[in-house]
Design a protein around this ligand. Structure first.
Ligand code: CTP
Ligand code: MG
Length: 228
């Protein structure tokens, strides 16, 4: 069990796929802004610190009640740059554990985060869910050329949990080599580590498009989230 953890919440994205007039982390979800919901959940873990990473032109973060209980860092052009900025702000030691959680995954369950903190290995770990659909590999013409063995594939989520020193070096290595990094685990893999997959919930969605907002609102009204 990891007893002392710090949290980075990267929230410096533009939310282009949502197509709304403001970044998606500032959209309301059942009456409370998405980012406020996410920060409340991270603070409920009673971590050493939470660092909220926002864009330099963000004029909304200071209106969030929970942001005043967080450290603030300035984001970068890529997610990796934003996460590196957050880790630097936390001034962690090599072996300190840092949990990185998307600003736009407000539906993660605290019980799953605790499970991650209990089950992580030295190479780190992440919440994920086994793929349920049959997978198809396509050629350039969108023709099927293979059906990979579904049982080996998982969908990665956040939180993702790593030791600060290893993660910092892995993200720097990925940035310097222009590797396409969409999560922290992929940077760790590229650096030779094997992070552990911890099964979470399919309901821990990353709010990305308009339809996700309606689905998240529906989920919040269900029994599973009655204590939220
Ligand atoms: N993020 C960040 N800094 C960036 C890019 C993304 O902090 N330069 C954050 C987002 O704010 C979000 C998380 O990383 O909390 C996951 O990214 P994603 O869902 O892709 O969000 P956006 O990049 O904002 O959305 P889009 O890709 O549709 O533009
Ligand atoms: Mg993005």
């Amino acid at each position: 069990m990891i007893a002392n953890v710090s949290v980075v919440v990267p929230a410096a994205g533009k939310g282009l796929r949502m197509g709304s007039d403001q970044p998606k982390q500032y959209l309301p979800l059942a009456g409370t802004l998405i980012l406020e919901r996410t920060l409340r959940k991270m603070l409920a873990l009673k971590p050493a610190n939470v660092c909220l990473v926002v864009s330099s032109d963000d004029d909304q973060w200071s209106n969030l009640e929970s942001a005043h209980r967080c450290l603030i860092a300035e984001g970068g052009d890529t997610r990796a740059a934003s996460v590196l900025s957050g880790i630097a702000r936390l001034e962690l030691n090599e072996h300190d554990w840092v949990l990185v959680h998307d600003a736009v995954r407000p539906l993660v369950l605290l019980s799953d985060i605790k499970h991650l903190l209990e089950s992580v290995s030295d190479d780190g770990g992440l919440l994920a869910v086994p793929v349920v659909d049959t997978l198809k590999q396509a050629n350039d013409l969108d023709e099927v050329i293979a059906t990979p063995d579904r049982s080996r594939y998982w969908q990665a989520q956040t939180p993702q949990l790593f030791q600060a020193g290893k993660l910092t070096r892995a993200l720097q290595h990925a940035s310097e080599n222009n590797l396409e990094i969409t999560d922290e685990a992929s940077a760790m893999e590229a650096a030779g580590f094997t992070p552990k997959l911890i099964a979470g919930q399919r309901t821990n969605i990353k709010i990305t498009t308009k339809e996700d907002l309606a689905y998240a609102e529906f989920l919040l009204g269900t029994e599973m989230f009655s204590c939220e």
